[in-house]
Design a binder for this molecule. Sequence first.
Ligand SMILES: [Zn+2]
Length: 511
Amino acid sequence: MKRISTAKNNSRRAFLKSSAQIAALAATAPMTGFSPMDLVAKKKAAADMINGIQIGAISFVDEGVDKVLDIVQQRAACNTVFLTTFTYGRGLAGRQMPGKKFPDHGSQTSDESTFHGGNYATPHPQYYNNTTIKVPHAPEIGNVDILKEVLPAAKKRGIKIYASIEDQWKSDVPGIQDCYEIDLMGRKANTVCLYNPNIRNYWTSLVTDLCKSYDIDGILLFNERSGPLLNALGASHFQSIDSSRVTCFCEHHQRAAKEKGIDFKRAKEGYLKLDQFIQASLKGQRPVDGYYVAFERLMMEYPEIAAWDRVFDEGKHQVLHEVYDTVKGINKNLQVGFHIEHVNSFNPIFRAARDYSQLAEKADFLKVVAYNVCAGERYANFIKNIGSTVFRDVPLDELYRFNNHLLGYGNEAPLDKLPTEGLSADYVYRETKRAIDGVKGKCKILPGIDVNIPVKDTSRQCSAEDVYAATLAGYKAGADGTILSRKYSEMTMAQVDAAGRAIRDGLKLKS
Ligand SMILES: [Zn+2]
């Protein structure tokens, strides 16, 4: 309760401060040519911007809280830190990825053998009574509670802290193996079922703990999972195709599907036939009528395939809604946002399943991934994947151009040069604009910017100029800020400075 009243005092102070600013602005208005209210609206919009950077706990431990926050504020020109608080994944936590060159700050020793993951704050047991999952404190940072360490220093500087939490697990989490999905062949997968009540309750328990135990400003939830149809097709950039391992066919999923009148036996039969089609396609065994026609025929014969995939997406969105409602039930001023993964930008089928306007109804902001440099390598992989099954009859460069038309991409590099050239800053502009138009003003849009995201050594490496152009492109498109991604421990100082320049230049467009 004490924390909530502190938040109220803070917002009252902020109100008084902004009232004074509004009065000052109104006094200067006649000189600018804008009406006082226009000017007030413009300045308010600039003040509401979320200019953020994703940082893992280890960077604060390695480099010191004040030093990192100095850099955040003075060099990156950010007013918000998305602090990774829960994950078992290396994308958002840990030092530089093993095997990649360290940036010019932080520890230069790989944490490959010490990285573990978990809760980087302190789990308070009283909030986890309705879930069997007990996530311990992340061991690699010792006894440090990262929110307790960073929050007071950040508040003093007026930097906002959002807790980033991610659906990435390890098999040694107590209780987790009982929540694993079941694949098409009845085997236990190593991913968690989003319909399992212990998983759903874990997410609401975690955000309750974070929002009640700490004076944070909000939550950013990451969940990059795709349903069985997309996984069967390998319709993503990062995976190999194994259509026999698609999920989920567990009892919780079956119950959810039954409530929607979907026949489990028919769905399973459809996915088994889809598996046969995919396996044969990968071997180049062309169906009599061609790959695409055979696939389309299967989808018509088994509408349960698409329906079962939809049940997966609804399970995922249900977790987002429950997180949103839980946080808002604790304090409606806390902000809740969701990370929208990269595949949403490359894959028209995935796009069809993600209506921005619907997502925006239960979100204060969406972090739309628009990583443009690593996109070259990722997008090329995606085209290769879909070109190995459903669209196998189409030459890859033609398939690539066709897909560009479907997605509204502009004039990007040809397919064979994609990994070495990446996508343009204009891609960031287009993806940001599409999201802004899509949410119809219902929530903020923050493009996720590629700042040295690791790629193969033979692919284009991100430069400071790339970061400047991409960051500024988001502001030019009208974004409500930015999120420098994926994590500070991957970024060079030249890139951080370039992002800072772009943010300052971007904010000028608003004022
Ligand atoms: Zn399940």
